[in-house]
Design a protein around this ligand. Structure first.
Ligand code: ATP
Length: 355
């Protein structure tokens, strides 16, 4: 029996990369499965684009290896890797029409004219830009340019797509529409896609798995809902979710827990007249389908460090609550909250790790 590796599988082994004194990647291990859409997410400077550049061969690692389909590609130049990259700023050739932008890569590869035309048209139709083939990039909207950039990647017929914040410069509505297109494109092609974003909402919706990065290290890898429900550490807990998880050192109003930090997401705090936590509403945002209440509780804790921290801050713990839009609450109101006991997260305060 032949044991092969499916095309488009990527393995990163102990990848490290520094720029001068800046450590961009610090021992990254990651396996991207063939055909998977995986999203790298993390704050600015966490190393996301560096990972893409190393996979594409645009940069070389200081240590570690990149394997594509089981082969070390360290010595393979970028144009020989079966990889297409799409950037936030489209990177279209401004002096070429859409048609010629699409044909460019095919001409470089000496694909016969008729076949190249056929492939360019198929990609344009796939991304619904067939009526724009004679336009120049500056004659199109941002969303249209992004579709052209995706179509150009498509005609290369790569075994891996690297997408570096392709939706970042689109407005909210277009972003949603293009995100849906990208998902449909992946579902149809089933080609490996590594997508980078710093937008945690995008990471939740776009990807079979999400990789959370922080300062050049992988903090957690898993299906988005799993990472959201069981963050591996305080960093991931605070990063994924908007508004972020409420985190209370020592537990405080969430329950006395010396040495631990307890967390609860805004949607897991219910308004309940019998609830154990008394808070004052300081501000609120009503968003149509939901409301966010910014409240402040009195810290009740026996953890001396937490009590001192709360006292030093001059007030009680802030708790953000997500609730329905028709709550009848006003700033200044006193309310009671009940945390869902099954949804309290426990972290070691010293290491930050989930307990
Ligand atoms: N060519 C370079 N020269 C110097 N420093 C660099 C270079 N490229 C990246 N860095 C640094 O390496 C770190 C990681 O950068 P990288 O672009 O991978 O982050 P990122 O997570 O993609 O960030 P962003 O979301 O802002 O694009 C940053 O501190 C960055 O300043």
């Amino acid at each position: 029996m032949r044991v092969g590796v499916a095309p488009g599988q990527i393995r990163l082994e102990s990848l490290s990369k520094s720029y001068g004194r800046v450590t961009a990647l610090d021992g990254v291990d990651l396996e991207v499965r063939a055909g998977e859409l995986i999203t790298l997410v993390g704050p600015s400077g966490s190393g996301k684009s560096t990972i893409l550049r190393l996979i594409a061969g645009l940069d070389r690692p200081d240590a570690g290896r990149v394997l594509v389909d089981g082969k070390d590609v360290g010595r393979v130049p970028p144009h020989r890797r079966a990889i297409a990259m799409v950037f936030q700023d489209y990177a279209l050739y401004p002096h070429l029409t859409v048609r010629d932008n699409l044909l460019f890569g095919l001409r470089v590869r000496r694909v016969p004219r008729a076949e190249a035309d056929r492939q360019a048209r198929a990609a344009a139709e796939r991304l619904e830009i067939a009526d724009l083939l004679d336009r120049y990039p500056d004659q199109m909207s941002g969303g249209q340019r992004q579709r052209v950039a995706l179509a150009r990647a498509l005609v290369r017929d790569p075994s891996v797509y690297l997408l570096d914040e392709p939706l970042a410069s689109l407005d909210a509505q277009l972003r949603f529409a293009t995100r849906t297109d990208l998902l449909a494109m992946h579902q149809e092609l089933r080609t490996t896609m590594v997508h980078v974003t710093h937008d945690q909402a995008e990471a939740m919706t776009l990807g079979d798995r999400v990789v959370v990065l922080d300062r050049g290290r992988v903090r957690q890898v898993g299906p988005p809902q799993e990472v959201y429900d069981e963050p591996a550490d305080v960093f991931v807990a605070g990063f994924l979710g908007s508004p972020p998880m409420n985190l209370v050192v020592g537990g405080g109003v969430l329950g006395d827990a010396p040495g631990l930090t307890l967390g609860v997401r805004p949607e897991d705090l219910a308004l309940d007249p019998e609830g154990p936590i008394e808070v004052t509403v300081e501000a609120m945002e009503t968003l149509g389908s939901e409301a966010i209440l910014l409240t402040r509780a009195r810290a009740s804790t026996r953890d001396p460090a937490a009590a001192a921290a709360a006292a030093a801050a001059g007030a009680g713990v802030r708790l953000t609550v997500r609730t329905g839009p028709r709550h009848g609450v006003r700033p200044g109101d006193r309310l009671r909250l009940r945390p869902d006991p099954a949804r309290i997260h426990r972290f070691d305060t010293e290491t930050g790790r989930r307990r």
